[in-house]
Ligand binder design. Structure first.
Ligand code: NAD
Ligand code: UFG
Length: 339
């Protein structure tokens, strides 16, 4: 299939491009590089062994820009990663998040349908479950109250896509609810490249390990979890990338709306992750206990059996693979991609 990949220069998009080409698909990237760098696409091309990944420097809110891409290519489906994703920033700048994520998606969907491309895989998030009603979380678990505008954009876009498909059965929609993507391609050539102070645990750990930050703050050790620190379902980004290829096959079978958790089904605490990182990589990660972070929940991990049964996909890589590959990327690229 020929796939439009919005946000393809970003962390998850860049890894997914590799899995797409490995599976015999081709792709065109649409990215405004607001949180990424074209260097990631050059490196992806090098890993795949092609001269370049076709891309357009375009904002998905730019209807004319999108029209030009659709005029130049025929797409079988879109994998839609493009969006702003910093939880804290979304509380400070809600309008910007709703406008970019929801406004951009509405424009994208309109241009897609005008060109007869009605197959989409959307990057949703476990955040739509809010404080989950059950653990492990299945897809039957009701959606909850999100604690921030970023989460609401995911929840609302899920609703838009579901309603669109209900009204027009030509649409095929797959909502992939990611848990906590970490790790990097084993080559160490591409990885997560956060600007400024990382919000997420793994990039914070790797930046402490490489000497860019003094110590990790562990946000709370009084949660009702085995060691008191927050428990999450960390998933290797290469496994997650492969999940998108599996989802494309379901689209090919005309699936209607499909909702899938993308996680391993295992929960690890903050201190589990720190200890695994130190053990596998032999580097020190100083940390101290800090107060809880507003909006955090104690435990979040999924039951991933629906994706296995219906998509034939499951995560294969271990926590050791995750911490090894995260470190391999960071130590070879201490400042991320060159500007
Ligand atoms: P990322 O920031 O690395 O990638 C997102 C890409 O979208 C970037 O390249 C950015 O430049 C681009 N982009 C943003 N707004 C755009 C616009 N208006 N037009 C064109 N391009 C635009 O993030 P990621 O970690 O790769 O996440 C990809 C998707 O998965 C996002 O939608 C994110 O919300 C979702 N998600 C991520 C996580 C996570 O922990 N990384 C968890 C759940 C869901
Ligand atoms: N944590 C720390 N110190 C840090 C960063 C995080 O102790 O410096 C802890 C958090 O308190 C939490 C765990 O590490 O217990 C994971 O935190 P992350 O910020 O890495 O991830 P979250 O689970 O909070 O959020 C992530 C994504 C969201 C997404 C959510 C659910 O950032 O976009 O998973 O998928 F919505």
């Amino acid at each position: 299939m020929n796939i439009l990949v919005t946000g393809g220069a970003g962390f998850i998009g860049s890894h997914t491009l590799i899995e797409l080409y490995k599976a015999g698909h081709t792709a065109v990237v649409a990215d405004n590089f607001s949180n990424s760098n074209p260097e990631s696409l050059r490196r992806v091309a090098g890993i795949i062994g092609i001269p370049e990944v076709p891309f357009s420097h375009v904002d998905i809110r730019d209807r004319e820009g999108l029209e030009k891409i659709f005029a130049a290519h025929r797409f079988d489906a879109c994998i839609h990663f493009a969006g702003l994703k910093a939880v804290g920033e979304s509380v400070e700048k809600p309008w910007e998040y709703y406008e970019n994520n929801i406004g951009g998606t509405l424009t994208l969907l309109d241009v897609m349908r005008r060109h007869g491309c009605k197959n989409i895989i959307f990057s949703s998030s476990a955040t739509v479950y809010g404080d989950p009603a059950e653990i492990p979380i299945t897809e039957r678990c009701p959606k909850g109250r999100c604690t921030n505008p970023y989460g609401w954009t995911k929840s609302m876009i899920e609703q838009v896509l579901t309603d669109l498909q209900k009204a027009d059965a030509e649409w095929n929609v797959i909502l992939l609810r990611y848990f906590n993507p970490v790790g990097a391609h084993p080559s160490g050539r591409i990885g997560e490249n956060p600007g400024g102070i990382p919000n997420n645990l793994m990039p914070y750990i790797t930046q402490v390990a490489v000497g860019k930050r003094k110590e990790l703050g562990v946000f709370g050790n009084d949660y009702p979890t085995p060691d008191g620190t927050g428990v999450r379902d960390y998933i290797h980004v290469c496994d997650l990338a492969a999940g998108h290829v599996a989802a494309l096959q379901a689209i090919g079978r005309r699936c209607g709306v499909g909702v899938y958790n993308m996680g391993t089904g295992h929960g690890y605490s903050v201190l589990d992750m720190v200890k695994a990182f130190v053990r596998v990589n032999g580097v020190d990660v100083p940390y101290s206990i800090k107060p809880r972070r507003a909006g955090d929940i104690a435990t979040c991990y999924c039951n991933p059996t629906k994706a296995k049964a219906e998509l034939g996909w499951e995560a294969r890589r271990s926590i050791d693979d995750m911490v090894r590959d995260s470190w391999n990327w960071q130590r070879h690229n201490p400042d991320g991609y060159p500007e």
